[in-house]
Write a protein that binds this ligand. Structure first.
Ligand SMILES: Nc1ncnc2c1ncn2[C@@H]1O[C@H](COP(=O)(O)OP(=O)(O)OP(=O)(O)O)[C@@H](O)[C@H]1O
Ligand SMILES: [Mg+2]
Length: 371
């Protein structure tokens, strides 16, 4: 189709959506500000067609979080056996009242009844996105949602049925326009691009992208900061669903909390590594684009850059693995020498970082006769 033809088509589609929206009527009041709309068959079909790729799914889930007034949106984006794409979106928005938890996945159920909702991504509010995703996904479910605290939604897609762009690592090209405003000028239409567009559109909504373990590490640190604020009498808004995370100090419990309450499947080993500060929290997509935007297209791995010191003031975090290896090497040397005198031998030291200290443990053995 020619550029002009495509533009006219887009325009017609836009006008049609507006017009149709005008004729929407409420079929059923569901309470708590939710309704079931009556919409035309054409609208229903259009909505189903809107979900054709993994990128479309992420776009709709993040848009819902944003419409719910979230200030932080975490997207965990993890591939399984090269085929299944697991997506968990966590937000600290308005949440969904309990009686609606199942209904939101039915067709035409929406809370966006006060007229058309329009953003940089078009007109919406038909109560169709979650229903449409459900038709094509292997699984979609509400892990948890509490009014005033936020929502966690998990989707699992088979990329052989719902495809995705091959390159999910490169962020789009950006250009600085008038008044320093960054805009997307190219790059693959992948999930980083969907999130970059949201991040550039609204600076007051921080968006994060990572694996389950990276998102969990980020939420863990975030929660520690919030808990500190809370204890100091600072934050008195709703506690997000990850608020209790920071109080956990044992790998098994962190693993279980992540799986059951946050829809993040993280091995016990990785949960333990998060407690040990071996998996660093992510920087937000907003921060990354701000810093690196126009120099060269950032990559997902740039989100792992050492976070700001304000993430946590735990002193042991300043020691990196290299430092720990050096401590271990000198101790081993010293201990071998001392062990000689007492007929003891020692296993290599195990060093753990814990908040403002490091814990060194040394297992001792009787020295075997060397004959
Ligand atoms: N993350 C979320 N936080 C709070 N409410 C949500 C969230 N996700 C979905 N909802 C609720 O579920 C309803 C249905 O969502 P769904 O995406 O299916 O439809 P919609 O957003 O109303 O319209 P559209 O079909 O254009 O997306 C929303 O209207 C909203 O009330
Ligand atoms: Mg929606």
């Amino acid at each position: 189709m020619s550029g002009k033809g495509k533009r006219e088509d887009d325009l017609l589609d836009f006008v049609r959506r507006f017009a149709d929206r005008g004729t929407f009527t409420v079929e059923e009041e569901l309470g708590h500000g939710y309704v079931r709309l009556r919409i035309t068959e054409a609208e229903r079909r259009q909505a189903l067609q809107d979900i054709r790729s993994v990128e479309d799914v992420v776009k709709e889930l993040v848009r819902n979080a944003r419409d719910a007034g979230a200030r932080e949106i975490y997207v965990s984006f993890q591939k399984e056996r090269g085929r299944w794409r697991n997506i968990t979106v966590l937000d600290n928005g308005a949440g969904i009242p309990e009686p609606l938890h199942r209904k939101i996945f039915e067709a035409r159920v929406t809370s966006k009844v006060d007229g058309v909702v329009e953003d940089a991504f078009g007109v919406h509010g038909r109560g169709m996105a979650l229903f449409s995703i459900k038709q094509v996904a292997e699984d979609i479910r509400l892990v948890d949602s509490v009014e005033g605290r936020g929502t966690v939604i998990l989707a699992r897609l088979d990329t052989q049925k719902v495809p995705e762009k091959k390159d999910q690592s490169t962020f789009p090209w950006l250009e600085k326009g008038e008044e320093g405003v960054l805009t997307v000028t190219g790059g693959p239409r992948n999930v980083p691009r969907v999130l970059a567009e949201y991040a550039l559109d609204r600076q007051d909504v921080e968006i994060y992208l990572g694996s389950n373990a990276e998102v969990l590490a980020t939420l863990y640190h975030r929660s520690q900061m919030l808990r500190k604020d809370w204890a100091a009498g600072g934050m008195r808004e709703g506690k997000p669903l990850w608020f209790d995370l920071g109080g956990i100090n044992e790998g098994k419990s962190l693993h279980r909390f992540a799986l059951e309450r946050l829809g993040l499947s993280v091995s016990e080993r990785n949960a333990f590594r998060i407690l040990e500060y071996e998996i660093a929290p992510l920087m937000s997509v907003n921060e990354l684009l701000d810093e690196q935007g126009c120099k060269s297209p950032p990559r997902r791995s740039d989100l792992h850059r050492q976070p700001r010191m304000t993430w946590t003031d735990h002193l042991s975090r300043r020691l990196c693995q290299d430092d720990l290896d050096r401590i271990s090497a000198s101790l081993t040397h010293l201990l071998n020498e001392i062990g000689e005198r007492h007929l003891l031998c020692m296993e290599p030291p195990v060093i753990k970082r814990r908040k403002n200290r490091i814990i060194i443990s040394l297992a001792l053995h009787e020295k075997e006769d060397e004959d």
